[in-house]
Design a binder for this molecule. Structure first.
Ligand code: C2O
Ligand code: CU
Ligand code: CU
Length: 475
C-alpha cells in the first residue's frame, strides 16, 4: 500500500489537474513492481490449503490532507494471491469486518454452488464463513475471487475487494519460463481523494476511473527477465473498462485463456482485447529490443456505432528491456495442452441481453435485462441437468458490448455470429467470461457438474448490480 501511494505521486485527476495534496514524504524511489502479497498456507497437512481472508476497511495515506479508505482482504491491494495445485483442497474462512454483508465468489473455479459465495449466501457484518472445495485434475488456470453479495458486488469490488487465484498443473509444460502476474484494476477517486461513488453515467455505461492500476500501482516499471522470454498472466479486474492491450514494438503469443492453456500458442498478435472479468496468458519475448516498452490499453469502442463509452487510451505499465541478456531464451513447446471437445449438446438454452430506456419522475434511466427481465434472487430463470452438455445461444440485442459470465464451469465457444455471418471458433479454449459485441450472437457449449443454483450475468459490475443477471438451477 505504501508503494501505491508512491506510484500515485505524479498523477492527475480526471479534469487534468494534478493531485496537489500528495504528501512528498510518501514519494519512494523504488519503481520495480512490488511483489503481490501471497496468502500464506496455515495448514501443515499435505494437499490442504487453509487460510483466512478478512474483509476490512484500510486507510491509505495517498493524499496529504487525509487518508483514502479502501476495502481490502487482509489489508492488501490487490487481495493476497492464492497459489495452489490441482488436486488441492482449499479451506478459506472469510471474516466480514465490513459494514455491509459480503461473500466470496471463486470466479471461474469448479466449486459446488454451496461454496461459491452466491448472492443468497452473503454473511452479515461481524460474521465468518468457511468455504471448502477440492480442485479437480485439469483445473489449472488463472482465476480470481471477489465479493458477490446481493446489490453490493460492484461497490465492494470498486473499493478494492478482489484478488488473484492461480491453480498450477502438476505437469506444467512452461514450468521453466519466468512468470509475471499483472492484475489490472480501475481506481476512481473523487476530488477529496476518496473512492468515488457511482454517478448515473457509471450505472449506465459502467464505472471507469482515472487510473488503471497494475497490482495496485499506478504505471509501475517492471524489468524484463534477463532470459528474454516471460509468461504473463493478466487479469482484467476492472468493473467495466475493456482493455485493448498492446505492447508496441513486440508481438505477443496467446497461450491461455480464463480456464488454462490453449492447445497451441497463437503467435504474432499485436493486440488482445480483454473484457472485464477475463484473464489471459501470454508469452512475451524481448527479441532484440533493449528499450523501454509501454503496455497500452488502447481505445475500445463499446457500442455498435462506436460511440458508446469509448475507453480512453492509457499507458498502464513500462517494461524495461534494457537488462535482457542475449542468447538464453527458454524454448517453448509447440503443444501446450490437450483440450477435449465437450461433445454433442443434448439440450439448448437461449439468453438475450437487452436494454430499455425508462422514465421515472421525469428522469431518464436505463434497464439492463436478461431474457426481458431484471434479476430476482427468488426466481429461477433456467434449469439444467447435472453433467448434461448444453448449447447456449447468447444474443446481445443491446446497443453496447456486454461480457457474459457463467458461474461454476468453463465453457467452449462454438461460433460467433454478426450481421448474419456465422464464424466457427477456430480453436478450442476454456472460458468463463466472453464478450458479446452489440448485435452479436455467441454459441457456447457448457456443462455443470453439481446440483444447485448458478448465476449468469454481465460482468460489467454495474450492469450486474442493476439486474443484468439470471439464475440457473442445476438438478
Ligand atoms: Cu466474477 Cu458472478 O462473477
Ligand atoms: Cu463468477
Ligand atoms: Cu453489461
Amino acid at each position: 500500500l505504501k508503494s501505491l501511494a508512491a506510484s500515485m505521486s505524479h498523477t492527475m485527476l480526471a479534469d487534468g489537474s494534478p493531485m496537489p495534496l500528495l504528501d512528498p514524504a510518501l514519494l519512494a524511489s523504488g519503481t520495480d513492481q512490488g511483489g503481490m502479497s501471497m496468502l500464506a498456507n496455515e495448514s501443515s497437512q499435505p494437499r490442504l490449503f487453509k487460510a483466512t481472508l478478512t474483509a476490512k476497511a484500510v486507510r491509505v495515506p495517498l493524499l496529504k490532507d487525509g487518508p483514502t479508505e479502501f476495502w481490502t482482504y487482509n489489508g492488501s491491494l490487490p487481495g493476497p494471491l492464492i497459489d495452489v495445485m490441482e488436486g488441492d483442497t482449499v479451506e478459506i474462512t472469510l471474516h466480514n469486518q465490513l459494514s455491509q454483508p459480503t461473500s466470496i465468489h471463486w470466479h471461474g473455479l469448479p466449486v459446488p454452488p454451496s461454496q461459491d459465495g452466491n448472492p443468497q449466501q452473503a454473511i452479515a457484518p461481524g460474521q465468518k464463513i468457511t468455504y471448502r472445495f477440492t480442485l479437480p485434475e485439469g483445473s489449472a488456470g488463472t482465476y480470481w475471487y471477489h465479493p458477490h453479495p446481493h446489490e453490493f458486488t460492484a461497490e465492494q469490488a470498486s473499493r478494492g475487494l478482489a484478488g488473484g487465484f492461480i491453480v498450477r498443473a502438476k505437469q506444467d509444460p512452461l514450468a521453466g519460463v519466468p512468470e509475471r502476474l499483472l492484475i489490472l484494476s480501475d481506481l476512481k477517486l473523487d476530488h477529496m481523494g476518496q473512492i468515488a461513488p457511482n454517478n448515473s453515467d457509471d450505472w449506465m455505461n459502467g464505472r471507469e476511473g482515472q487510473f488503471v492500476l497494475t497490482n495496485a500501482q499506478n504505471k509501475p516499471t517492471v524489468h524484463f527477465d534477463a532470459g528474454g522470454r516471460e509468461r504473463w498472466r493478466i487479469w482484467n479486474a476492472n468493473s467495466a473498462r475493456y482493455l485493448r492491450l498492446q505492447l508496441p514494438g513486440s508481438q505477443l503469443a496467446l497461450i491461455g485463456t480464463d480456464g488454462g492453456l490453449l492447445e497451441h500458442p497463437i503467435t504474432g498478435l499485436t493486440e488482445h482485447v480483454l473484457a472485464p472479468g477475463q484473464r489471459i496468458e501470454l508469452i512475451v519475448d524481448a527479441g532484440k529490443r533493449r528499450d523501454q516498452g509501454k503496455l497500452i490499453a488502447a481505445v475500445y469502442a463499446r457500442g455498435k456505432m462506436g460511440d458508446v463509452a469509448p475507453d480512453k487510451p492509457l499507458d498502464i505499465l513500462t517494461v524495461d528491456f534494457s537488462r535482457v541478456a542475449t542468447g538464453q531464451v527458454v524454448s517453448l513447446p509447440a503443444r501446450l495442452a490437450t483440450i477435449k471437445d465437450l461433445g454433442r449438446p443434448v439440450a439448448q438454452k437461449r439468453v438475450v441481453f437487452s436494454e430499455k430506456m425508462t422514465m421515472t419522475n421525469g428522469q431518464h434511466g436505463m434497464q439492463f435485462l436478461v431474457n426481458g427481465k431484471e434479476y430476482d434472487m427468488h426466481r429461477i430463470d433456467l434449469t439444467s441437468r447435472v453433467d448434461e452438455v448444453e448449447l447456449w445461444e447468447i444474443v446481445n440485442q443491446s446497443d453496447m458490448d456486454h461480457p457474459f459470465h457463467l458461474h461454476g464451469t468453463q465453457f467452449q465457444v462454438q461460433s460467433r455470429e454478426m450481421d448474419g455471418v456465422v464464424k466457427t471458433e477456430s480453436y478450442l479454449a476454456w472460458h468463463d467470461t466472453i464478450n458479446l459485441k452489440s448485435g452479436e450472437t455467441v454459441r457456447i457449449k457448457t456443462v455443470q457438474h453439481w446440483p444447485g443454483i448458478r448465476m449468469f450475468h454481465c460482468h460489467i459490475l454495474e450492469h450486474e448490480a442493476v439486474g443484468m443477471m439470471g439464475q440457473l438451477e442445476v438438478v
